[in-house]
Design a protein. Structure first.
Length: 112
């Protein structure tokens, strides 16, 4: 479970109750793991650096390599989608501005 945890409260007089340390993604994975990996990757730190950080901070061991790879893949897919949407939006805005200024609606690219 990586950095996430669950506390289960047992009571003889009522139903058991479980409390997650953070929100879950798709009711399976702790969000804190994805956030930790994303933040560390932004800093240029991979799984081994995360393991060292967790050890130094006396935190639980992070996720296994297989889970890390899945999270990295999901982050890559999400960032690709955001990049594509941003580029499309920028191209549309440029096209509108070009038409407003009586320029052609095509874009000129210079490789200087």
């Amino acid at each position: 479970r990586g950095l996430g945890s669950k506390i289960i409260v047992n009571c003889r007089n009522c139903n058991d109750h479980s409390i997650n340390s953070c929100s879950l993604i798709n009711d399976r994975a702790y969000e804190v793991n994805t956030r930790m990996i994303f933040a560390m990757r932004l800093l240029g730190i991979g799984i081994n650096g995360i393991k060292k950080f967790c050890a130094f901070m006396d935190l639980p061991k992070p996720v296994f390599q297989v889970t890390y790879d899945k999270i990295i893949s999901n982050i890559a897919i999400a960032t690709e989608r955001v990049r594509t949407l941003c580029l499309k939006s920028a191209a549309e805005k440029e096209k509108v501005l070009s038409i407003e200024h009586n320029n052609s609606d095509g874009l000129t690219v210079s490789g200087d």
